[in-house]
Design a protein around this ligand. Structure first.
Ligand code: OGA
Ligand code: NI
Length: 333
Protein backbone atom coordinates (compact mmCIF):
# COMPACT_ATOMS: atom_id res chain seq x y z
CA UNK A 1 0.00 0.00 0.00
CA UNK A 2 1.31 3.39 -0.93
CA UNK A 3 1.70 6.46 1.25
CA UNK A 4 -0.85 9.21 0.83
CA UNK A 5 0.78 12.20 -0.76
CA UNK A 6 -0.54 15.66 0.05
CA UNK A 7 -0.54 16.39 -3.68
CA UNK A 8 -3.17 13.65 -4.10
CA UNK A 9 -5.18 14.76 -1.06
CA UNK A 10 -5.24 18.28 -2.48
CA UNK A 11 -6.81 16.95 -5.69
CA UNK A 12 -9.97 15.88 -3.88
CA UNK A 13 -10.03 18.58 -1.16
CA UNK A 14 -12.11 21.26 -2.80
CA UNK A 15 -13.66 23.06 0.17
CA UNK A 16 -12.50 21.42 3.34
CA UNK A 17 -9.37 19.63 4.47
CA UNK A 18 -9.00 16.41 6.49
CA UNK A 19 -9.15 17.01 10.22
CA UNK A 20 -5.52 15.98 10.82
CA UNK A 21 -4.36 19.05 8.87
CA UNK A 22 -6.31 21.54 11.00
CA UNK A 23 -3.96 23.30 13.39
CA UNK A 24 -4.74 24.22 16.98
CA UNK A 25 -5.72 27.84 17.56
CA UNK A 26 -2.19 28.47 18.88
CA UNK A 27 -0.82 27.70 15.43
CA UNK A 28 -3.46 28.69 12.90
CA UNK A 29 -1.83 31.30 10.68
CA UNK A 30 -4.98 33.43 10.38
CA UNK A 31 -5.04 33.87 14.16
CA UNK A 32 -1.33 34.23 14.87
CA UNK A 33 0.12 36.51 12.17
CA UNK A 34 0.85 40.18 12.83
CA UNK A 35 -1.23 42.03 10.23
CA UNK A 36 -0.28 45.18 8.37
CA UNK A 37 3.10 45.55 10.03
CA UNK A 38 6.06 47.49 8.72
CA UNK A 39 8.67 45.26 10.37
CA UNK A 40 10.63 43.38 7.74
CA UNK A 41 13.42 40.85 7.54
CA UNK A 42 16.56 42.81 6.49
CA UNK A 43 17.66 42.84 2.83
CA UNK A 44 21.43 42.91 2.32
CA UNK A 45 23.34 43.81 -0.86
CA UNK A 46 26.24 41.33 -1.05
CA UNK A 47 27.93 43.29 -3.86
CA UNK A 48 28.59 46.31 -1.62
CA UNK A 49 32.38 46.88 -1.93
CA UNK A 50 32.48 48.18 1.66
CA UNK A 51 32.88 44.86 3.48
CA UNK A 52 32.49 46.43 6.91
CA UNK A 53 29.04 47.56 5.89
CA UNK A 54 28.06 44.06 4.84
CA UNK A 55 29.49 42.54 8.02
CA UNK A 56 27.58 45.03 10.16
CA UNK A 57 24.31 44.30 8.36
CA UNK A 58 24.79 40.53 8.61
CA UNK A 59 25.71 40.67 12.31
CA UNK A 60 22.69 42.81 13.03
CA UNK A 61 20.30 40.57 11.09
CA UNK A 62 21.80 37.35 12.50
CA UNK A 63 21.63 38.58 16.09
CA UNK A 64 18.15 40.11 15.94
CA UNK A 65 16.25 38.08 13.34
CA UNK A 66 18.30 34.99 12.53
CA UNK A 67 17.14 35.57 8.97
CA UNK A 68 17.84 37.94 6.09
CA UNK A 69 17.56 38.15 2.34
CA UNK A 70 20.53 38.78 0.07
CA UNK A 71 20.49 40.48 -3.32
CA UNK A 72 23.31 40.86 -5.87
CA UNK A 73 24.62 37.58 -4.51
CA UNK A 74 26.47 36.42 -7.61
CA UNK A 75 24.38 33.35 -8.49
CA UNK A 76 23.14 33.99 -12.05
CA UNK A 77 19.37 34.44 -12.15
CA UNK A 78 19.26 32.00 -15.05
CA UNK A 79 20.86 29.31 -12.86
CA UNK A 80 18.16 29.77 -10.22
CA UNK A 81 15.41 29.84 -12.84
CA UNK A 82 16.62 26.54 -14.27
CA UNK A 83 16.85 24.94 -10.82
CA UNK A 84 13.23 25.88 -10.20
CA UNK A 85 12.05 24.79 -13.62
CA UNK A 86 13.26 21.21 -13.26
CA UNK A 87 12.12 20.85 -9.64
CA UNK A 88 8.62 21.96 -10.57
CA UNK A 89 8.63 19.63 -13.57
CA UNK A 90 9.54 16.67 -11.33
CA UNK A 91 6.57 17.27 -9.02
CA UNK A 92 4.28 17.56 -12.04
CA UNK A 93 5.18 14.04 -13.20
CA UNK A 94 2.53 11.34 -12.72
CA UNK A 95 2.61 9.75 -9.22
CA UNK A 96 4.26 6.48 -10.28
CA UNK A 97 7.24 8.33 -11.74
CA UNK A 98 7.80 10.23 -8.52
CA UNK A 99 7.32 7.11 -6.40
CA UNK A 100 10.40 5.62 -8.08
CA UNK A 101 12.40 8.00 -5.86
CA UNK A 102 10.42 7.39 -2.67
CA UNK A 103 12.26 6.92 0.58
CA UNK A 104 11.88 3.33 1.68
CA UNK A 105 9.95 3.10 4.98
CA UNK A 106 12.79 1.69 7.10
CA UNK A 107 15.49 3.88 5.59
CA UNK A 108 17.84 5.73 7.95
CA UNK A 109 18.67 8.24 5.24
CA UNK A 110 16.77 11.47 4.80
CA UNK A 111 17.21 11.43 1.03
CA UNK A 112 14.38 10.72 -1.40
CA UNK A 113 10.81 11.69 -2.24
CA UNK A 114 8.39 11.68 0.65
CA UNK A 115 5.68 12.95 2.90
CA UNK A 116 6.20 13.18 6.63
CA UNK A 117 4.74 9.96 7.95
CA UNK A 118 4.59 10.53 11.66
CA UNK A 119 2.18 13.05 12.97
CA UNK A 120 3.75 15.79 15.04
CA UNK A 121 3.44 16.17 18.80
CA UNK A 122 -0.08 17.57 18.67
CA UNK A 123 -1.09 14.87 16.19
CA UNK A 124 -1.17 17.21 13.21
CA UNK A 125 0.10 16.85 9.66
CA UNK A 126 1.77 19.39 7.40
CA UNK A 127 0.42 20.31 3.94
CA UNK A 128 3.56 19.43 1.97
CA UNK A 129 5.43 16.74 0.03
CA UNK A 130 9.20 16.89 -0.43
CA UNK A 131 12.28 15.63 -2.21
CA UNK A 132 15.63 15.58 -0.43
CA UNK A 133 19.04 14.92 -1.96
CA UNK A 134 22.59 16.10 -1.40
CA UNK A 135 24.14 18.32 -4.06
CA UNK A 136 27.66 18.77 -2.63
CA UNK A 137 30.42 17.53 -2.19
CA UNK A 138 30.51 15.14 -5.17
CA UNK A 139 31.71 12.26 -2.95
CA UNK A 140 28.52 12.53 -0.85
CA UNK A 141 26.06 12.58 -3.73
CA UNK A 142 23.66 9.65 -4.20
CA UNK A 143 22.42 10.02 -7.73
CA UNK A 144 19.71 7.42 -7.21
CA UNK A 145 17.69 10.19 -5.50
CA UNK A 146 18.15 12.67 -8.35
CA UNK A 147 15.25 12.56 -10.83
CA UNK A 148 16.21 11.40 -14.33
CA UNK A 149 13.19 13.21 -15.63
CA UNK A 150 13.23 16.02 -16.69
CA UNK A 151 16.52 15.18 -18.43
CA UNK A 152 18.18 18.48 -17.51
CA UNK A 153 17.50 17.92 -13.80
CA UNK A 154 21.06 16.83 -13.08
CA UNK A 155 22.83 19.49 -15.09
CA UNK A 156 20.73 22.30 -13.61
CA UNK A 157 21.21 21.12 -10.03
CA UNK A 158 24.95 20.68 -10.50
CA UNK A 159 25.19 24.18 -11.88
CA UNK A 160 23.33 25.62 -8.89
CA UNK A 161 25.59 23.74 -6.44
CA UNK A 162 28.69 25.04 -8.19
CA UNK A 163 27.50 28.65 -8.01
CA UNK A 164 26.57 28.38 -4.33
CA UNK A 165 30.15 28.27 -3.03
CA UNK A 166 30.72 31.98 -3.61
CA UNK A 167 27.71 32.96 -1.49
CA UNK A 168 28.40 30.36 1.20
CA UNK A 169 32.03 31.49 1.56
CA UNK A 170 31.06 35.15 1.70
CA UNK A 171 28.39 34.56 4.34
CA UNK A 172 30.68 32.50 6.58
CA UNK A 173 33.46 35.07 6.20
CA UNK A 174 31.17 37.91 7.30
CA UNK A 175 29.69 35.85 10.17
CA UNK A 176 33.24 35.03 11.28
CA UNK A 177 34.55 38.61 11.10
CA UNK A 178 31.45 39.77 12.95
CA UNK A 179 32.49 37.65 15.93
CA UNK A 180 36.01 39.07 15.93
CA UNK A 181 37.40 35.82 14.47
CA UNK A 182 39.62 35.44 11.41
CA UNK A 183 37.64 35.35 8.16
CA UNK A 184 38.03 31.57 7.70
CA UNK A 185 37.42 30.39 11.26
CA UNK A 186 33.63 30.04 11.20
CA UNK A 187 33.77 27.98 8.01
CA UNK A 188 36.56 25.81 9.42
CA UNK A 189 34.48 25.19 12.56
CA UNK A 190 31.77 23.78 10.25
CA UNK A 191 34.08 21.43 8.41
CA UNK A 192 35.62 23.78 5.81
CA UNK A 193 35.37 22.36 2.31
CA UNK A 194 33.81 19.17 3.68
CA UNK A 195 30.55 20.92 4.46
CA UNK A 196 27.56 19.14 2.96
CA UNK A 197 24.86 20.88 0.92
CA UNK A 198 21.53 19.11 1.30
CA UNK A 199 18.81 20.27 -1.08
CA UNK A 200 15.14 19.94 -0.19
CA UNK A 201 12.27 20.77 -2.47
CA UNK A 202 9.07 21.60 -0.58
CA UNK A 203 5.94 21.19 -2.69
CA UNK A 204 2.91 22.82 -1.05
CA UNK A 205 -0.19 22.13 -3.18
CA UNK A 206 -3.00 24.66 -3.19
CA UNK A 207 -5.12 24.31 -0.08
CA UNK A 208 -8.79 25.28 0.37
CA UNK A 209 -8.19 26.34 4.00
CA UNK A 210 -4.85 28.16 4.22
CA UNK A 211 -6.19 29.87 7.35
CA UNK A 212 -6.27 26.54 9.23
CA UNK A 213 -3.34 24.53 7.84
CA UNK A 214 0.44 24.97 7.81
CA UNK A 215 2.95 23.88 5.17
CA UNK A 216 5.75 23.54 7.71
CA UNK A 217 5.15 24.10 11.43
CA UNK A 218 7.40 26.33 13.53
CA UNK A 219 10.98 25.07 13.77
CA UNK A 220 14.60 26.15 13.62
CA UNK A 221 16.88 24.50 11.05
CA UNK A 222 19.54 22.11 12.37
CA UNK A 223 21.99 23.20 9.67
CA UNK A 224 24.77 25.79 9.94
CA UNK A 225 22.96 28.07 7.52
CA UNK A 226 20.12 27.49 5.08
CA UNK A 227 19.90 29.23 1.72
CA UNK A 228 16.39 29.16 0.30
CA UNK A 229 14.78 30.19 -2.96
CA UNK A 230 10.97 30.18 -3.21
CA UNK A 231 8.70 30.42 -6.21
CA UNK A 232 6.71 33.65 -6.39
CA UNK A 233 4.02 32.57 -3.91
CA UNK A 234 4.56 34.22 -0.52
CA UNK A 235 4.34 31.84 2.44
CA UNK A 236 7.44 31.96 4.62
CA UNK A 237 7.07 33.50 8.07
CA UNK A 238 9.69 34.43 10.65
CA UNK A 239 9.16 34.73 14.39
CA UNK A 240 10.64 37.77 16.10
CA UNK A 241 9.99 38.72 19.72
CA UNK A 242 7.19 36.12 19.91
CA UNK A 243 5.33 37.47 16.87
CA UNK A 244 4.95 35.99 13.39
CA UNK A 245 5.79 38.13 10.35
CA UNK A 246 5.40 37.41 6.63
CA UNK A 247 8.74 37.34 4.82
CA UNK A 248 8.32 39.37 1.66
CA UNK A 249 8.92 37.63 -1.66
CA UNK A 250 11.69 39.53 -3.45
CA UNK A 251 12.38 38.34 -7.00
CA UNK A 252 15.94 37.01 -7.39
CA UNK A 253 16.82 37.31 -3.70
CA UNK A 254 18.12 34.38 -1.64
CA UNK A 255 16.68 33.89 1.83
CA UNK A 256 19.29 33.02 4.46
CA UNK A 257 18.38 31.32 7.73
CA UNK A 258 20.83 31.11 10.60
CA UNK A 259 20.69 27.47 11.70
CA UNK A 260 21.36 25.85 15.06
CA UNK A 261 25.06 25.11 14.33
CA UNK A 262 25.93 28.77 13.73
CA UNK A 263 24.08 29.70 16.91
CA UNK A 264 26.16 27.11 18.78
CA UNK A 265 29.56 28.07 17.30
CA UNK A 266 28.83 31.77 17.98
CA UNK A 267 27.96 30.77 21.57
CA UNK A 268 24.54 32.33 21.20
CA UNK A 269 25.46 35.66 19.63
CA UNK A 270 23.74 34.68 16.41
CA UNK A 271 20.25 33.21 16.74
CA UNK A 272 18.78 30.39 14.71
CA UNK A 273 15.46 31.67 13.44
CA UNK A 274 12.11 30.17 14.35
CA UNK A 275 10.16 30.01 11.10
CA UNK A 276 7.22 28.29 9.42
CA UNK A 277 5.48 28.19 6.04
CA UNK A 278 1.88 28.98 5.14
CA UNK A 279 0.02 27.54 2.17
CA UNK A 280 -2.05 29.26 -0.50
CA UNK A 281 -5.63 28.86 -1.61
CA UNK A 282 -5.17 29.29 -5.36
CA UNK A 283 -1.53 28.56 -6.01
CA UNK A 284 0.99 25.83 -5.45
CA UNK A 285 3.94 27.10 -3.45
CA UNK A 286 7.36 25.54 -3.99
CA UNK A 287 10.60 26.27 -2.16
CA UNK A 288 14.18 25.05 -2.53
CA UNK A 289 16.12 25.31 0.75
CA UNK A 290 19.72 24.12 0.76
CA UNK A 291 20.85 23.09 4.23
CA UNK A 292 24.57 23.83 4.52
CA UNK A 293 25.70 21.37 7.17
CA UNK A 294 28.83 20.17 8.97
CA UNK A 295 29.93 16.63 8.03
CA UNK A 296 27.98 14.20 10.24
CA UNK A 297 30.96 13.08 12.32
CA UNK A 298 32.30 16.57 13.01
CA UNK A 299 32.02 17.75 16.60
CA UNK A 300 30.48 21.21 16.79
CA UNK A 301 30.55 23.45 19.85
CA UNK A 302 31.08 27.06 20.90
CA UNK A 303 34.25 28.38 19.25
CA UNK A 304 37.18 28.15 21.74
CA UNK A 305 38.12 31.77 21.03
CA UNK A 306 34.68 32.93 22.12
CA UNK A 307 34.56 31.27 25.52
CA UNK A 308 36.44 32.05 28.71
CA UNK A 309 35.67 32.31 32.41
CA UNK A 310 33.52 35.38 31.92
CA UNK A 311 31.75 33.83 28.91
CA UNK A 312 31.18 30.16 29.66
CA UNK A 313 29.93 27.90 26.84
CA UNK A 314 26.16 28.03 26.51
CA UNK A 315 25.96 24.80 24.49
CA UNK A 316 27.44 21.32 24.74
CA UNK A 317 29.74 20.18 21.95
CA UNK A 318 28.28 17.34 19.92
CA UNK A 319 28.86 15.47 16.72
CA UNK A 320 26.47 16.88 14.14
CA UNK A 321 24.87 13.45 13.66
CA UNK A 322 24.30 13.22 17.41
CA UNK A 323 22.78 16.71 17.48
CA UNK A 324 20.32 15.76 14.75
CA UNK A 325 19.42 12.50 16.44
CA UNK A 326 18.72 14.27 19.74
CA UNK A 327 16.63 16.97 18.11
CA UNK A 328 14.59 14.60 15.97
CA UNK A 329 13.95 12.33 18.92
CA UNK A 330 13.39 15.27 21.26
CA UNK A 331 15.93 14.06 23.80
CA UNK A 332 17.59 16.70 25.95
CA UNK A 333 20.48 18.64 24.48
C1 OGA B 1 12.14 24.05 5.70
C2 OGA B 1 11.49 25.38 5.68
C3 OGA B 1 10.29 27.11 4.51
C4 OGA B 1 9.71 27.42 3.18
O1 OGA B 1 11.88 23.26 4.78
O2 OGA B 1 12.94 23.81 6.64
O3 OGA B 1 11.60 26.07 6.64
O4 OGA B 1 9.61 28.63 2.88
N1 OGA B 1 10.80 25.78 4.59
O5 OGA B 1 9.37 26.53 2.44
NI1 NI C 1 13.27 25.44 7.88
Amino acid sequence: MGVERVQEIANFSKETIPEEFIRTTYEQPALTTVQGTVLEVPVIDLSDPDEENVVRAIVDASSNWGMFQVVNHGIPHETVRKLKEVGKAFFELPPHEKEAYAKSPGSQSIEGYGTKLQREVEGKKAWVDHLFHKIWPPSEINYQFWPKNPPSYRKNNEEYAKHMHGVVDKLFRCLSLGLGLEGNEMKEAMGGDNMVYLLKINYYPQCPRPDLALGVPAHTDMSAITILVPNDVQGLQACKDDHWYDVEYIPNALIVHIGDQVEIVSNGKYKSVLHRAKVNKEKTRISWPVFVEPPSDLEVGPHPKLVNEANPPKFKSKKYSQYCFCKLNKTPK
